[in-house]
Design a protein around this ligand. Sequence first.
Ligand SMILES: C[S@@+](CC[C@H](N)C(=O)[O-])C[C@H]1O[C@@H](n2cnc3c(N)ncnc32)[C@H](O)[C@@H]1O
Length: 304
Amino acid sequence: MAQDGSKVKRSSQTFCSCGGTHNGLPRQLYVLECLAQPGQTGEVPREGLVGCWREPPFVYCFYDRQVTDLVEADLAVKGFHVTGRYEMSSAQWQPRPGPWTTVGPFCIVCPCHKKDVPLTHALPIALHLGLVFGSGVHPTTQLCLKLLAQVFDPESMKTVVDLGTGTGILALAAARLGAQQVLALDVNPLAVQEAAANIVENDLEHVVFPAAAEGLYAVGRFGQLLLINLEWPSLCAVLQTDDWKHFPWVLCSGYLEAQADTLHRMLAQTHDLRSQTTEKDWVASFWIRLSSSKENMAPHSPEP
Ligand SMILES: C[S@@+](CC[C@H](N)C(=O)[O-])C[C@H]1O[C@@H](n2cnc3c(N)ncnc32)[C@H](O)[C@@H]1O
């Protein structure tokens, strides 16, 4: 890509999840797919950098302008080998829900439209949308939100872990339903950063705590309800550990109907399926730990 300073296209406006141009991501994203050398610790060049999406062994660097040869050379020096270049609109990267959208009892609202939301929507979730997953549009997120609203019992589910929090949407939903402490974990530091901003936007800093973590190994025995909506390989990797088995309740998504048998076999080692819901081939399911089910610990959990 031959570029010089005069050809560099700069986007002066950013646009918001509501479609306005006052906040959020640039309209156009310029993405460099880079193979990061093992042990690479160098900083990605920051000029025009919107954020980095790490998916080992690749790092996707999102820029708000076409990337210059200088930036690419700098990346190479720092241990990033460019393997692909993409250009897309922000809406192509992640569909936007518009000023607000309702999902079950929740109203997902762009922060700049908070005041416009009709008062009948009891459970608002204000979301700044950046690069990370969790706008509320994807079927797995919607299935999780609806199922969570159905099964949540604030008396017995006071502590919640949301593994793979993305924007923080499910963690915020649990807090809105009455959870007292919610750990919002994500392997991607960019997600933790965006979730943290959304937690502040919702005034829920005293309830929802974001942190960077891969899997549940650092959680110990904390948590009564586990929310886990991960990409399929990550979901399988986490469920192959023992770290989730102490949770009395697990709400799981991120898998397709064709994958349900495999996933259910893993969860059924220690948990009973209580409820399952599907949309566009995606599935979300709610599970209760076998010993807990014997002790009748989930008075409000729906029957299968
Ligand atoms: C499908 S998104 C879900 C986002 C949000 N919870 C929702 O329901 O819309 C999955 C998120 O999990 C994160 N993730 C994937 N594997 C993970 C792992 N092993 N530990 C922690 N986070 C993980 C990804 O970075 C991504 O942000």
